[in-house]
Design a protein around this ligand. Structure first.
Ligand code: TPP
Ligand code: MG
Length: 419
């Protein structure tokens, strides 16, 4: 496994011979990768200035040569060249910790519901908590999210009712929540289609003069889809206020990243279209929040879209229908468990005195209550009208859909008549 895909190559102090004493002027283009060296003799700056959050990215379009990191695997603050990424506020970090604990408990409960047959399928996001939660905490309530099937935890972090979120894998409806009321598009299963929706929607909002930002989720595998490239091109040309969050969880089902792309970073896929891009340690909640805070502010200020590659890992199988032991080793999984996003942030928050034993216990209790409520509400047997399958597919049903509807109707009537 390469340095990049194993996530060991972080953007940390000591790797640059010539440390920029100050972030370059807005929009300036610095190829820091050229300065990569093992020489650590040059003293490092102790403080990095924090320019305004809506300033353009310090490297122009270029992502950092290594994923931006604030906390190491043990939760120690890393002295890094974070350029223009201010440290997130303490309240945002504590909120992220709580949401990650509740989010993981939700995810584990949903996985159990799938094993019990209460859900037809569940794509787990355990291990990706920093991305799932960080993405939502950086949006305002009027912003929109365009999630994939993997992002149920993110929707819970946004405050959606978990039962409504799980309505689709429960088999009860195409989408269980009101997208308009929740400002969250239905979770997309066809890869990358949600990106086109996000760009079109965000452009529309911009034309109406509304300061809405769209957070568009996509996986590493989704970046190989044509829709991904079309969405990026359109967004860049029309400066659509979209943040593309690529959760690189190392696999697209059984396809590893090494078979997905030859690009050194999925972040590089943005720059060819003229999109400011970044890569971040996706298991470091502080870094994810810092980068996404900046990306959302950048998009909201009318400076165009941003693409962020978050390096993370899916700890569970692709879904309950997948056997991950066929394509990856338990040692690899263990290695990523060591970089757990929750324990990292918890360690730092404790160190700083921002949380204590009582807070941790109360948060765990809150998460248990959340899971118990979900279990109880999901244990009610469904009564579904099979004909509702054809509702809300198109604004105006296509002739093919009407034909299929009639066929199902006829079958159901024949079944009823034979009883
Ligand atoms: C257009 C399209 N092609 C193929 C699939 C089948 N498929 C479902 S999930 C998946 C892998 C996607 O991997 P990635 O984008 O990395 O997301 P992850 O599941 O890892 O979150 C594939 C190929 C699909 N859903 N849509
Ligand atoms: Mg993936």
């Amino acid at each position: 496994m390469s340095d990049r895909s194993s996530g060991t190559g972080v953007h940390r102090a000591g790797v640059f011979a010539q440390a920029p004493a100050q972030a370059p002027a807005g929009g300036a283009h610095t190829l820091e990768a050229d300065a990569l060296t093992t020489d650590t003799s040059t003293p490092l700056p102790q403080t990095v200035p924090s320019p305004p959050a809506d300033r353009p990215f310090a490297r122009g379009l270029m992502p950092a040569p290594m994923p931006v990191q604030f906390l190491d695997d043990q939760g120690h603050r890393v002295q890094v060249f974070n350029d223009d990424y201010p440290e997130p506020a303490a309240e945002q970090l504590v909120a992220a910790y709580s949401a990650m604990v509740v989010g993981r408990r939700f995810d584990v409960q949903a996985t159990a519901l799938a094993k019990q047959g209460r859900l037809a399928v569940y794509p787990a996001a355990r291990g990706q908590e920093a991305c799932q939660v960080g993405s939502m905490l950086t949006l305002s309530k009027d912003d929109w999210a365009f999630p994939t099937y993997r992002d149920s935890m993110a929707l819970v972090a946004r405050g959606l009712d978990p039962v409504e979120v799980l309505t689709s894998p429960h088999g009860a409806a195409h989408c269980g929540y009101d997208p308009r009321a929740n400002r969250t598009a239905p979770q997309a299963t066809p890869l990358a289609t949600q990106l086109i929706h996000a760009v079109g929607f965000a452009s529309g909002e911009q034309r109406q003069g509304r300061p809405t930002v769209a957070m568009a989720f996509v996986g590493d595998g989704g970046t190989s889809e044509g829709d991904f490239h079309e969405a990026l091109n359109f967004a860049a040309v029309f400066k659509a206020p979209v943040v593309f969050l690529v959760q690189n969880n190392t696999y697209a089902i059984s396809t590893p990243l090494t078979r997905q792309t030859a690009a050194p970073s999925l972040g590089y896929k943005g720059i060819g279209y003229g999109i400011a891009s970044e890569q971040v340690d996706g298991n470091d909640a502080m870094a994810v929040l810092a980068v996404l805070n900046k990306a959302v502010a950048h998009a909201r200020a009318g400076q165009g879209p941003v693409l962020v590659e978050a390096h993370t890992y899916r700890l569970d199988a692709h879904t309950n229908a997948d056997d991950a032991t066929r394509y990856r080793s338990s040692a690899e999984v263990e290695d990523w468990i060591r970089r757990d996003p929750i324990t990292r942030l918890e360690a730092w928050l404790r160190q700083e005195g921002l949380i204590d034993d009582a807070f941790v216990a109360a948060t765990a209790q809150k998460a248990e209550a959340f899971a118990a409520d979900l279990r109880a509400r999901m244990s009610v047997d469904l009564v579904v009208d099979p004909m509702s399958l054809f509702d809300n597919v198109f604004g105006t049903p296509t002739p093919q859909l009407l034909e299929q509807r009639a066929m199902v109707q006829a079958e159901l009537e024949a079944e009823e008549a034979s009883r």
